[in-house]
Ligand binder design. Sequence first.
Ligand SMILES: NC(=O)c1ccc[n+]([C@@H]2O[C@H](COP(=O)([O-])OP(=O)(O)OC[C@H]3O[C@@H](n4cnc5c(N)ncnc54)[C@H](O)[C@@H]3O)[C@@H](O)[C@H]2O)c1
Length: 357
Amino acid sequence: LNRVAVVGCGYWGPNFVRNFSQISDSEVAACCDLSEERLRHMRALYPYVRTTTRLQDVLDDPTINAVVVATPVTTHFRVAAACLKAGKHVLIEKPICPSAREVLGLIDLAEERGLVLMGGHTFLFNAAVVKVREYIENGELGEIYYINTTRVNLGLFQEDINVIWDLAPHDVSILNFVLNARPVAVAAYGRPYIQEAVEDVAFLTLEYPRGIIAHLHVSWLDPNKIRRTTIVGSQKMLVYDDVATLEKIRVYDKGVTVQPHYDTFGEFQLAYRFGDIYIPKVDDSEPLKVECLSFLEAIRKGAISKSSAYEGLAVVEVLEAAQRSVRRGGRMVPVADTLKARRKRRAHRAAARGAGR
Ligand SMILES: NC(=O)c1ccc[n+]([C@@H]2O[C@H](COP(=O)([O-])OP(=O)(O)OC[C@H]3O[C@@H](n4cnc5c(N)ncnc54)[C@H](O)[C@@H]3O)[C@@H](O)[C@H]2O)c1
């Protein structure tokens, strides 16, 4: 039986408490939060669960083998590092840390100790997203041209991170997953309209390999809640609407082809295709539950199947590039490959040591 502690029981953390309480091979051993008020709320919901304001109580409890970190992003590194050092497996909310350097630090701590470190990229466990990846992988949409995503609503304004770090991790993790690729460069515009120096609206352009461009609109300042991804391919077009209760995915047999044979420009013709719209059935299990089960499976098998810290690192690298681009007025910024850079640095150092001998 896995005994899980949930650290951070604000808006999102209680969802982990609910799921791990319901799963048969796990139980919630403790809820930890700095706020007594949040702990009172958790005790009202789960009277049998131990609550504490001290992380040390969690670290010192040898019966707790796994911890969920659902605290504000700027505290992730400190909390997760302490848990890993205490020998606990860690499931850490997205974005894993506010810098790639910190994510790498956690990866090292986990690997040195043979512990699971998994990122909380919930959408990777969403059946609709898995379906979208299948459509792309089996070639149904043809060659992918471009992708447009909109993730907007009014709030929730955060104080410690801007809208790029809050909302774009979802879209970047989804796109990296469905395209099975990572962007090479990012250009981003953002503005802080409400809070000083915390961007609440941003537009990101991601350049993926094979000429694919993705445009992301993220905002805390919009009258409507929209979570929509449009994928345009050479054969078909797909719209994934996460707000829709039914019919989350629509595949449009629509497209444009250039007539292959023409001798003069006058004969040049485009053929528009308006075919059927297909709505696939999508499993409606709760993505967070699937994520929790996947975390427990990773502990059991010692191998992570999805949302590894490496995938989380790739997301953070994109966010860092986007942040840099915003500061540079929207200039295109290459996405760093932290692991490759580190391998190179180590090889240089080894070569220098060899030369010195
Ligand atoms: N995957 C998702 O869909 C999703 C959705 C919402 C939030 N999140 C992520 O979850 C995390 C938390 O977000 P939230 O919206 O719940 O924030 P929140 O501010 O509502 O809750 C954070 C809680 O952590 C507590 N806390 C702060 N520092 C602490 C510490 N050092 N030790 C223990 N408790 C501490 C606070 O008192 C608060 O109750 C963030 O990383 C966020 O990005 C993910």
